[in-house]
Design a protein around this ligand. Sequence first.
Ligand code: CU
Length: 147
Amino acid sequence: MFRPSIELLTMIGAAVILIVLGGLALHYLVIIDTGAYFPHNVKPIVIRVIARQYVWEFIYPNGTVSYDKVVIQAGKPYIFNLTSADVIHAMYIVQLGYKLEAIPGYYYPLYIMVSKPGIYNIYCAEFCGPGHYTMIGKLIVVNGGGK
Ligand SMILES: [Cu+2]
């Protein structure tokens, strides 16, 4: 009769664990990357973000432009449409775990919804030139007044 060795059982056990963890990671990655966790009854507000050496430019839907500072409301869904005007940058909001590349000629959506009001740092996570270290912005999350 076939009796699997302890090595074979260990390999099969490890494979099952990795497949389950990989499936869970893929599932949540898709939810995060597509904004599937956004409330369905609220339309996300789209803010254009243009990264350039060495400043973050934010363009609100009404045309208002802000540099190195963006203000959003807590608990509301936003889409940061991210691009670059010169070289490759990467928007990195460390405390919230959001990170996305800003590449010239392309727009990538960063689905963002923050529940806790506060001031969060926005770093550039891609070496973009000698002034890279100065490329720090602020994400200011204010109380929405609603929930
Ligand atoms: Cu940069």
